[in-house]
Design a protein around this ligand. Structure first.
Ligand code: AMP
Length: 127
């Protein structure tokens, strides 16, 4: 079944400027902002500006320009946040919850960048 994008989701409203956000970085095709309910000392979300629901949706249907912009934006945000292991920083976890099994709450692609402490196990053993 093809993806259907809900333009009333909260990140679409952020992109339209209808609700505020704490912006970390804005690029032509991407926006990074602080999570409203941080689960670690560093907790930033990076979203593409285009109407993509999940990572696979984006990976399969976005333009090469959007994909490069989004990927570079994630890399730049990691540097800005001071979490890149290559620079001697403490590291981070990148998460893209997708669909029901991934327990995705907001149906607009976003990656979480979590750091500033040891994040713990990759997944819990149970739901
Ligand atoms: P997910 O479960 O991966 O869909 O995560 C959605 C994330 O969006 C959660 O971590 C929320 O805290 C975050 N969130 C929801 N509303 C906002 C908002 N207005 N600004 C920033 N983050 C938000």
């Amino acid at each position: 079944m093809p993806y259907s994008y809900d333009p009333q989701n909260i990140f679409a409203k952020i992109l339209r400027g209808e609700i505020p956000n704490k912006t970390v970085l804005e690029t032509p095709h991407s926006l990074a902002f602080h999570d409203i309910a941080p689960q670690a000392p560093v907790h930033v979300l990076v979203i593409p500006k285009g109407p993509y629901v999940t990572y696979d949706h984006f990976a399969n249907e976005a333009s090469a320009e959007e994909i490069v912009d989004y990927t570079r934006a994630i890399g730049e945000v990691c540097k800005m946040l001071g979490v890149t292991p290559g620079a001697g920083d403490g590291g981070y976890r990148l998460i893209a919850n997708s669909g029901d099994a991934g327990v995705q709450e907001v149906p607009h692609l976003h990656v979480h960048i979590l750091g500033g402490r040891v994040i713990g196990r990759m997944v819990s053993r149970s739901a």
